[in-house]
Design a protein around this ligand. Structure first.
Ligand SMILES: Cc1cc2nc3c(=O)[nH]c(=O)nc-3n(C[C@H](O)[C@H](O)[C@H](O)COP(=O)(O)OP(=O)(O)OC[C@H]3O[C@@H](n4cnc5c(N)ncnc54)[C@H](O)[C@@H]3O)c2cc1C
Length: 365
């Protein structure tokens, strides 16, 4: 048994006893109404030694390896509890600080992230800068040893309950878009920061708009190089995706993906074998058929193929469920459905072709 296995067992054991204390498994984004429960859960994880597993000990972490973090995230997923308070603080900001922060910045910010004292939000998107993030227009102008920020952010998850935010703002309007941006650590309670819930069509307000008016930031709010915020953000985001990959871990993701591909292939091959089999049987007159019958037989064959595919899928689901992977299976359910429909479409194509050939053959005789 490896060290990580021993740790994973301990994590599972602890979760069995404490999962009932956790808020519902809300995933990576903290819903504002669960902020208090989320913070309490993060504090409990910190006290029990399940926070910042691969972060340095001097900043509140455990000094373990990313494999331990992966084992924890997997155990939390199996227990259906949030593995941490939120992705922006515990993965993105933490990752950015570890990679680009000064020792002072790390000392100031990392521990409150791990204890749940500070909730972080992400201030990247703007009304006219979504997918094309580098076109953002929020500005940060240097005044003495401070930065003054003006602009508007949007789609900010858990902004209204956040204590701190990571912000992208333009520091050099004359530079090419990606090169004139800086990455800041913002106090969400600072003067000039106004957060307004964004009402969606369904009446819910999951996101916030954040208005920044003459917000004065200290010099040490800048993380990384002055105009190099794009690199910091991309580094942090890749850290985030690393976190997502960890949570889905090879142990869960790869067997399911393989199963997904194999089940689709089995369906496809079965559909092909049955439809071609019927076609050959008609061609060599092993069975004598009336006009139109091959089409119905092939349709039936495709339906059987599809049914077999569904059986394999259901078996796979129950296997996954037995192994606590139900949530991941639900994630791929839609993809699998699409693949099933795709397979059926291929079979229908074959059937159409067969039917045409049959009619030609019939006309020829
Ligand atoms: C659940 C969730 C939580 C989020 N939380 C945060 C957060 O906390 N903080 C934050 O800053 N942001 C957040 N976002 C915003 C997100 O990260 C993106 O910035 C934002 O969704 C994309 O911007 P937009 O909505 O303006 O879409 P647009 O940029 O307008 O894009 C709309 C569509 O057009 C397509 N498109 C755009 N440009 C082109 C092009 N040139 N060619 C072809 N197609 C194009 C896009 O692919 C997309 O399908 C969140 C988003 C989601 C879904």
């Amino acid at each position: 048994m490896t060290d990580t296995d021993v740790f994973a067992d301990a994590a599972r054991d602890w979760l069995e006893r404490h999962a009932a204390d956790a808020p519902r498994d809300y995933g990576a984004i903290l819903p504002p109404e669960l902020a208090a429960e989320g913070r309490a859960w993060q504090r409990q994880l910190f006290d029990a030694g399940f926070a910042g597993l691969h972060w340095p000990v001097e900043f509140g972490g455990r000094g373990l390896t990313p494999a331990h973090t992966a084992a924890w995230v997997t155990a939390a997923a199996r227990a259906q509890v949030p593995p941490f308070l939120n992705m922006v603080g515990c993965v993105l900001t933490g990752g950015a600080l570890l990679a680009f922060g000064t020792d002072e910045q790390k000392a100031e910010h990392l521990r409150p992230i791990l204890t749940g004292a500070h909730v972080w939000c992400q201030l990247f998107s703007e009304p006219d800068a979504g997918s094309d993030l580098a076109s953002l227009t929020t500005t940060a102008v240097r005044r003495g040893d401070r930065w003054v920020v003006d602009g508007q952010k949007v789609w900010c998850s858990n902004g209204r309950v956040a204590d701190r935010g990571i912000l992208l703002a333009r520091t050099d309007p004359d530079a090419p878009p990606h090169r004139g941006i800086a990455f800041f650590l913002v106090d969400m309670h600072a003067a000039g920061v106004e957060t307004r819930p964004l009402r969606q069509m369904n009446g819910a307000a999951e996101f916030d708009e954040v208005f920044l008016t003459e917000v004065s930031l200290p010099a040490d709010a800048l993380l990384g190089p002055e105009h190099g915020g794009w690199g910091v953000a991309m580094g942090a985001l890749s850290y985030m995706w690393h976190g997502v990959m960890l949570s889905d871990l090879q142990e869960l993701r790869i067997p399911l993906m393989l199963y997904h591909v194999l089940a689709g292939l089995v369906y496809l091959v079965l559909g092909l074998v049955i439809t071609i089999g019927v076609h050959k049987a008609v061609q060599y007159e092993w069975i004598s058929l009336k006009r139109g019958f091959p089409f119905m037989a092939s349709l039936l064959a495709a339906a059987i193929g599809f049914f077999v595919y569904l059986v394999i899928f259901v078996l796979g689901m129950s296997f996954a469920s037995d192994h606590g992977m139900m949530h991941v299976v639900v994630d791929v359910l839609w993809q699998m459905f699409e693949q099933g429909v795709g397979g059926l479409a291929v079979s229908l194509g074959i059937i159409y072709d067969m039917h045409k050939r049959f009619l030609e053959q019939e006309r020829g005789t």
